[in-house]
Write a protein that binds this ligand. Structure first.
Ligand code: ADP
Length: 675
């Protein structure tokens, strides 16, 4: 038996996996599915998480010879974790090397080759590809997977692909969803046929608490311990909200169960969240380890995860699910232009998905840490799609580049007019759109950077300030997870180490210092360890930087630096920062509070900042509402630069009256007098 893709003999593992694949529910529907796809341009496929959609359907398509020479199958995923994890799995199942016949593409990482015939990619990356290849001609079949998650990019693709299908009768589209609410999709795609894959799930018994829990984290940990003490063997999956909470819970669970000593069997606890390293994410798919001694009790696997385990990843062997009923959601408030990470109640549909995770291998139990009446009365039926709750500036720029102007009729759920207005307004201030809303030359270039528009603008103009090398490094550092490690047991040492990198003018320059120091120390892992620097973040930043350099080169944007010993070295960098972020400025009022410009929101410098003083004006990278309204990653800016660099934004004729306005007025007067 030879592998038709590689020409090599199949490995033993291939056959083992094939046997398991054949038991997946989608296999029973293989021929029906292929018939549907043969007869229709678009097919909608619904099946429970774990029924084999993401891993098998693309392989069915490959085997059925829909492809012509040099064409490919694309399968989108809502996030990078899912794209990497599924593609690795499928490469294994097809007995090929990942990155060759089967590849993946995620933001800043391309693991594919000219040999690739099946490409898993995030929905955002497919949109990016559409910018260069508007009819997506390299693909013969496009599969939009996990459409029920309704990410922003998937929603945009819904709108975009309708047009592509019209222009390309040879293109096939498959929409896959884990939830049944697909009438909307069917309506959108002119009544495309719907195929249901019956689940093979086992029953899951649902338990509720009598009263609401005051502290869901503590309740979740208590429930894990109870299950471990009193319930038969079976793995546990706990849903929490964010990375820190997950790590914290893992520590507490381990400690509490250790304290029980020999009364109970051993456990193995796995954290799971999107910024975890791919190797660690892969670990959760391993079955629980064998008992410590031959007739000892089995080891219980406990996965503590963010929402990502809900439908993005399928973990087999889970028998108990603990669902406190919350998830972390990004919500953008266009009125104050602030993004908040809200821990909010999940929807009924999410609660249902979570409970299903317990029934994949055998009969399971789901412990909802809220009363049944809350489930019935308080939870929304569905989660709000991202298009209704995120900042749309980047999306609008992408849409403009793709030639979509009708933002109301291009979407399943049209975005809020206020959010759209905000997006158009900021793009106009940045010079990406002209006053008629058309894409400018600058906007065209900005849209090529996979960054938010402020950052793209800053990069594009940085050469004018003679510091594009430094702005590249800062942009790269801002695009990766936090590089400062602060272990609980060594907080003081970590803070001292961080202080060494501190720059008096602010956090952006501190990040630049870290990047430079990393390079000067030859990217040495032990240097990172000694200095409490997360090496993975820096490696990622280095990679991001290289990719950005490539985009700069494509547009002949010059790479340059000012002389490090010149007094202008940092001045130039800060000016370039401001030329991108002039809409994100806060002013220190006499009351001692910062107010954001134009919106006049009270904000606080995030405690992670490295300033030793409170500057009168700061630019900030993000405005996040957590326990307070914080501005994070801030840099000191002299007020007169505002009117120098962004006079069109700081035009006082349309400025709300406030202390900052009076200061700006004076600055304008002073400049005029000087002239
Ligand atoms: P669906 O898309 O319908 O949710 P999948 O195709 O993702 O289903 O998963 C089918 C099965 O493949 C899962 O039940 C699991 O056994 C296996 N599987 C999927 N991804 C992985 C992975 N990364 N590692 C190990 N097994 C996996």
């Amino acid at each position: 038996m030879f592998n038709r893709w590689t020409g090599w003999k199949y490995s033993q593992r291939y056959f083992e996996m094939l046997d398991k694949r054949k038991t997946l529910p989608v296999w029973k529907k293989k021929f029906q599915f292929l018939q549907y796809l043969h007869d229709n341009q678009t097919v909608i496929l619904v099946g429970e998480t774990g029924s084999g959609k993401s891993t098998q359907i693309p392989q069915f398509v490959l085997e059925a010879d829909f492809l012509e020479k040099h064409s490919m199958v694309a399968c989108t995923q809502p996030n990078r974790v899912a794209a990497m994890s599924v593609s690795r799995r499928v490469a294994e199942e097809m007995d090929v090397t990942i990155g060759e016949e089967v590849g993946y593409i995620i933001q800043f990482e391309d693991c594919s080759s000219p040999k690739t015939i099946l490409k898993y990619l995030t929905d955002c990356m497919l949109l990016r590809e559409a910018m260069a290849d508007p009819l997506l001609e390299r693909y013969k079949v496009i599969i939009l997977d996990k459409a029920h998650e309704r990410t922003l990019a998937t929603d945009v693709l819904f709108g975009y692909l309708i047009e592509v299908l019209r222009n390309r009768p040879d293109l096939k589209l498959v929409i896959m969803s884990a939830t049944l609410e697909v009438e909307k999709f069917q309506g959108w795609f002119n009544g495309a046929p719907l195929m249901k894959v019956p689940g093979r799930l086992h029953p899951v018994e649902i338990f509720y608490t009598v009263d609401p829990e005051r502290d869901y984290l503590e309740a979740a940990i208590r429930t894990v311990v109870q299950i471990h003490l009193y319930q038969p063997p079976g793995d546990i999956l706990v849903f929490l909200t964010g990375e820190e909470e997950v790590e914290n819970a893992c520590r507490k669970i381990t400690k509490e169960i250790c304290n029980l000593g020999d009364q109970v069997g051993p456990i193995k606890v796995f954290p799971l969240y999107s910024t975890l390293s791919p190797a660690m994410q892969q670990e959760i798919f391993q079955p629980a380890p064998a008992p410590l001694n031959e007739d000892g009790p089995p080891v219980r696997k406990i996965v503590v995860s963010t929402n990502i385990a809900e439908t993005s990843l399928t973990i087999d062997g889970i028998v108990y699910v603990i669902d406190p009923g919350f998830s972390e959601q990004y919500v953008y408030n266009p009125r104050i232009r602030a993004e908040s990470v809200l821990v909010s109640p999940i929807s009924k549909s999410s609660a249902h998905q979570r409970s299903r995770c317990a029934g994949r291998t055998q009969t399971g139990k789901c412990f909802r840490l809220y009363p049944e009446r809350s489930f019935n009365n308080d939870l929304q039926p569905q989660s709000y799609p991202e298009i209704l709750r995120l900042n749309l500036a980047t999306t609008v720029l992408t849409l403009k580049k793709l030639g979509i102007d009708d933002f109301v009729h291009s979407f399943l759920d049209p975005p809020a007019p206020e959010t759209l207005m905000r997006a158009l307004e900021v793009l106009n201030y940045l010079g990406a759109l002209d006053d008629d809303g058309n894409l400018t030359k600058l906007g065209e270039i900005m849209s090529e950077f996979p960054l938010d528009p402020q950052m793209s603008k800053m990069l594009v103009v940085s050469a004018e300030f003679n510091c594009s090398n430094e702005i590249l490094s800062i942009s790269a550092m801002l695009s990766v997870p936090n590089c400062f490690v602060r272990p609980r047991e060594a907080k003081t040492a970590a803070d001292e180490a961080k202080a060494h990198f501190g720059h008096i003018d602010g956090d952006h320059l501190t990040l630049l210092n870290v990047y430079h120091a990393y390079k000067q120390n030859n990217e040495d892992p032990s240097w990172c360890f000694d200095n409490f620097i997360n090496q993975r973040a820096l490696k990622a930043a280095d990679n991001v930087r290289q990719q950005l350099v490539r985009i700069m080169a494509r547009f002949n944007l010059k790479l340059c630096s000012s002389d490090f010993n010149s007094p202008d070295y940092y001045v130039n960098i800060r000016k370039a920062l401001l030329s991108g972020y002039f809409t994100q400025v806060a002013h220190l009022e006499r009351t001692g509070h910062y107010l954001t410009m134009k919106d006049n929101q009270v904000v606080h410098l995030h405690p992670s900042n490295c300033l030793d003083h409170k500057p009168e004006w700061v630019i900030y990278n993000e405005n996040v509402l957590t326990s307070k309204n914080f501005i994070r990653t801030v840099t000191d800016i002299p007020g007169d630069w505002l009117i120098d660099i962004a006079p069109h934004y700081y035009d006082l004729s349309n400025f709300p009256s406030c202390e900052a306005k009076r200061v700006l007025k004076r600055l304008y007067r002073d400049t005029k007098n000087r002239k």
